[in-house]
Ligand binder design. Structure first.
Ligand code: ATP
Length: 244
C-alpha cells in the first residue's frame, strides 16, 4: 500500500466558546487507507471530522489535504477537492426518491462532472448497493435505517471522493445491519480505491475493517496504532473495547 499522505491534521485545537473540544490533535491518513477514529461520547470525534471538512475552523493548527493547506477554507471549496463528509444521522432527503438523493450527491460537481459521468457513477453505486437500485423510485424516508445509511454513503460516493469521512455510519442500526454496513465500507475501498476516515462506536467491527486507528479522549489523541495493536492493547481494551 502506498505511503503517500492524503491528509495531515497538525496540532489542531477547536473550542466552542469556553469548551475546548480538541486540544492539539495531530493525525494523518495515507492514500488508500481506512483509518478508524475511536473514542467515547463527547471525546471530540465529530468535531475533528467537521474541522477537516471545513465546517469548523480551528483556533490553532493546520489541516493539510493533498499537500494543500485547507485550514479554514469554506466547506464548499473543500467538497470541490473531493473531500466528502457523510455526517452522523444520515441526513438524506426523506421526501425525495432514492435516485434523486443520488443525483443530489453529484450536484456539487455539476461544474466538473458531465451527465455521462454522473450516469456511470449511478451505475457503479448500484452495483455496490443493489438494494438502492431495486428501490430507486422509493422515497428515501421510507427506507429502513440500514438502507438509509447505505443511501447516505452512496450519495457521498456520487461526489467521487478521494477522501471519505464517515461519521458513525452504524449509529442506531441493529448489530447485523451494522456489520453489513461496515463490510460495505471495506468494499468501497476495494471497488473505488477510496481512502476513508471512519468514526465508529462499534470498536471491534471498525478495527476489523480499518488498517489503523487513533483513540481520542477529552479532545486529545491518547493512542494510535495498527488495528491489531489497538485490539490487543490492554488499556484500550479496558477503556473502550470492554464495553462492546
Ligand atoms: P459523540 O459520539 O457523542 O458524537 P464526539 O466524540 O463526536 O461524541 P463531539 O461531538 O466532537 O464528540 O463533542 C466534543 C465536545 O464538544 C463535547 O464536550 C461536546 O459537548 C462539545 N460540543 C460539541 N458540539 C458543540 C456545540 N455545537 N456547542 C458546544 N459544545 C459542543
Amino acid at each position: 500500500m502506498s505511503e503517500q499522505k492524503l491528509l495531515d491534521v497538525l496540532d489542531c485545537s477547536v473550542s466552542y466558546g469556553p469548551i475546548q473540544a480538541l486540544n492539539g490533535v495531530s493525525l494523518s491518513v495515507n492514500q488508500g487507507e481506512i483509518v478508524a477514529l475511536l473514542g467515547a461520547n463527547g471525546a471530540g470525534k465529530t468535531t475533528l471530522l467537521q474541522t477537516v471538512s471545513g465546517l469548523l475552523r480551528p483556533t490553532s493548527g493546520q489541516v493539510i489535504y493533498q499537500g494543500t493547506d485547507v485550514t479554514g477554507m469554506e466547506a464548499e471549496k473543500i467538497v470541490e477537492k473531493h473531500l466528502i463528509h457523510v455526517p452522523e444521522h444520515r441526513q438524506i432527503f426523506s421526501t425525495m426518491t432514492v435516485l434523486d438523493n443520488l443525483y443530489l450527491g453529484a450536484y456539487h460537481h455539476r461544474k466538473t462532472t458531465n451527465k455521462q459521468a454522473i450516469e456511470e457513477n449511478i451505475k457503479k453505486v448500484f452495483e455496490l448497493f443493489p438494494i438502492l437500485s431495486d428501490r430507486k423510485d422509493q422515497m428515501g424516508g421510507t427506507m429502513s435505517g440500514g438502507q438509509q445509511q447505505m443511501l447516505a454513503i452512496a450519495r457521498g460516493m456520487m461526489a467521487e471522493p478521494d477522501l471519505l469521512l464517515l461519521d458513525e455510519p452504524t449509529l442506531g442500526l441493529a448489530p447485523l445491519v451494522a456489520k453489513d454496513v461496515l463490510e460495505l465500507v471495506g468494499d468501497l475501498r476495494k471497488q473505488f480505491g477510496t481512502t476513508i476516515l471512519l468514526i465508529e462506536q462499534n470498536l471491534h467491527a471498525s478495527l476489523r475493517v480499518a488498517d489503523r486507528g487513533y483513540v481520542i479522549s477529552h479532545g486529545e489523541i491518547i493512542k494510535s496504532g495498527s488495528s491489531s495493536e489497538l485490539l490487543n492493547d490492554p488499556e484500550v481494551k479496558e477503556a473502550y473495547l470492554g464495553h462492546t
